[in-house]
Design a protein. Structure first.
Length: 193
């Protein structure tokens, strides 16, 4: 993971998610840029579930909720971006039963994500595209890209001090169709100054 900027040097604030000093997995990095705190997330996948990987995922998301709650409490202008490895609702995945046992769609995973939103965060993609799936991930197998059988796993959450500045958001879907592309497409937001 990395945080890059063309408007100033990022000032690193943390390179790990607070709450468990013995957790050495690189899943969270945070930096301040131009008066905005950016948290970059690569949440645990959690498969197979149930099991220790799923338990770790839920505990990690609980730590994220505690940290994101402190940012809300302190009215920090912040954006929490990245691969949350959660499909928030059935609307955020193509019609399918093949993912039913996957950690990405479990009620516990969805509830953990919703707890973060309930703190006051704005899901920038969903807020500006309420009627479009806005998938960010298409598995390499079974022609999922070609059939547009996608999932929305990557989220950009904006804190209340910045939500009024949100003017655009999107997913650069065409990038996913390029030769050798990642199975994720870039998601982005635009804030007015």
């Amino acid at each position: 993971m990395a945080i890059l900027s063309n408007v100033g040097n990022p000032i690193a604030t943390t390179t790990s998610l607070p709450g468990n000093p013995s957790d050495h997995q690189s899943r969270y990095v945070e930096a301040a840029i131009g008066g905005i705190l950016i948290g970059c997330i690569y949440a645990p996948n959690g498969n197979p579930q149930p099991g220790p990987k799923f338990s770790y995922k839920l505990a990690w998301l609980e730590r994220l909720a505690k940290h994101s709650g402190s940012l809300i409490k302190d009215s920090v202008p912040a954006i929490l971006v990245g691969d949350y490895n959660v499909v928030p609702t059935p609307f955020d995945i193509y019609p399918s039963k093949s993912w039913a046992n996957d950690a990405l769609v479990q009620p516990e995973s969805r509830a953990a994500y919703q707890r973060i939103l309930n703190q006051g965060w704005t899901d920038a993609i969903r807020a500006l595209h309420p009627d479009e799936p806005m998938y960010t991930f298409w598995h390499y197998l079974r022609n999922r890209w070609e059939r547009d059988d996608g999932l929305r796993l990557d989220h950009l959450l904006v804190s209340p001090p910045l939500s009024k500045r949100l003017v655009a958001s999107g997913v650069d879907r065409e990038v996913r169709g390029q030769v050798g592309a990642s199975d994720h497409a870039p998601a982005w937001i635009l804030l007015k100054r």
